[in-house]
Ligand binder design. Structure first.
Ligand code: NAD
Length: 269
C-alpha cells in the first residue's frame, strides 16, 4: 500500500462507525487521507478515529450526525473544513435494510429505508457539493462524490423491495449527479457490493429468518454463494476498500456516472 496515494485528500465518510465505512476510513487514512467519520453512533466512530490517529498517517475526527437531516450533513462538511482546511471527497455510505415481503411493506418500513439510503445520499451530495463549489475548482483534479449502491441497485430481490428501490435510487443519484455536477468539476461515481459480512448483514440474516424467508441462521449466505455468486464465497470489508480507494484517488479522475460492481460476479447471473 502506498502511504501517500491519498495525501492531500480530505474525505467525509458517512456511516463510518463500523462495517465498510470504518474499514474505508482506516484504509484511506493509511494512504495519507484525512477523514471525518460521521455516524449516529458517535462513541464507536470516536474509537475508529482514535485507532486512525494512533496509527500515525492521515488524521481523523468523529462527528455525530443523522444523515437524514440536512443540518447534520452541513455540520459534518463544516467540521471537515474546520479540521483539515477543505473537503475534496465525500463517501456516502450510511445505510440500512429491513426485509419485508411486498404485501407487508408499510409506511414506516418505506420511510426508514428510503430516508437513510436515498434521501440522505442526496442531502449529503448536495451539502458537500455546495462547499466544493464555494472552494472553487481544484487545479488538475476534480472533486469526487462516491455513492454506495448494492447488487440491489441492479437486481430485483423479492424479500427487500424497499431496499432495492432505495439502492436503484443511489444508482440514479450517481448518474444524474454526474450530469448535474460536471460543470463544477465534481465527479460522481459509486460501487455496488453483494454480500459483505458486517453488522448490517448479521442483522439481515436474523431478520430473514424472522419474516420466514429463510429457515435458519446463515442459510441466506449459503444460498447466495450456491445460487448467485460466481466467486464462491461471501465478502468482507477488506474486499471492498481497494475499489473505494481507487474512486477516491486521482486514478479515477477520468470517470463519472459509474457504479462499479464488487459483488463476486453476482450481477452477471
Ligand atoms: N453489508 C452488505 O452486504 C452490503 C451489500 C451491499 C451494499 N451495502 C451498503 O453498504 C453500506 C454500508 O453497509 P455496512 O454493511 O457496512 O453497514 P453497517 O450496518 O455495518 O454500518 C452502517 C453504519 O451506518 C450508520 N447509520 C445508519 N443510519 C444512520 C443515520 N441515520 N445517520 C448516520 N449514520 C447512520 C450506522 O450507525 C452504522 O455505523 C450501506 O449503504 C449498505 O446498504 C452493504
Amino acid at each position: 500500500m502506498d502511504p501517500n496515494r491519498l495525501k492531500g485528500k480530505n474525505i467525509l465518510i458517512t456511516g463510518a462507525a463500523r462495517g465498510m465505512g470504518a474499514a474505508n476510513a482506516e484504509s484511506f487514512a493509511a494512504q495519507g487521507a484525512n477523514v471525518t467519520l460521521g455516524d449516529l453512533d458517535e462513541a464507536e466512530a470516536q474509537k475508529v478515529a482514535e485507532r486512525i490517529n494512533s496509527a500515525g498517517n492521515g488524521k481523523a475526527i468523529a462527528v455525530k450526525m443523522d444523515v437524514t437531516k440536512r443540518a447534520d450533513n452541513a455540520a459534518a462538511v463544516k467540521a471537515t473544513v474546520d479540521a483539515f482546511g477543505s473537503i475534496n471527497v465525500g463517501l456516502f455510505n450510511a445505510g440500512l435494510n429491513k426485509p419485508r415481503f411486498f404485501m407487508d411493506i408499510d409506511e414506516d418500513n418505506w420511510d426508514l429505508i428510503m430516508n437513510v439510503n436515498t434521501k440522505a445520499m442526496w442531502l449529503g451530495m448536495q451539502e458537500t457539493a455546495k462547499q466544493m463549489i464555494a472552494q472553487g475548482p481544484m487545479e488538475n483534479h476534480p472533486y469526487k462524490l462516491i455513492n454506495v449502491g448494492s447488487i440491489a441497485s441492479r437486481k430485483p430481490l423479492v424479500d427487500v423491495t424497499v431496499y432495492c428501490t432505495s439502492k436503484y435510487g443511489c444508482l440514479a443519484l450517481t448518474e444524474c449527479g454526474a450530469l448535474g455536477l460536471a460543470e463544477h468539476n465534481i465527479t460522481v461515481n459509486g460501487y455496488a457490493p453483494g454480500v459483505v459480512v458486517t453488522p448490517l448483514w448479521e442483522q439481515l440474516d436474523k431478520d430473514l429468518v424472522e419474516i420466514g424467508f429463510k429457515e435458519r441462521a446463515g442459510q441466506a449466505y449459503d444460498d447466495i454463494v450456491e445460487n448467485n455468486l460466481v466467486i464462491k464465497r461471501v465478502s468482507y470489508p477488506k474486499d471492498i476498500v481497494g475499489t473505494a480507494s481507487f474512486l477516491a484517488s486521482d486514478d479515477s479522475d477520468y470517470m463519472t456516472g459509474q457504479m462499479i460492481s464488487v459483488d463476486g460476479g453476482w450481477v452477471t447471473k
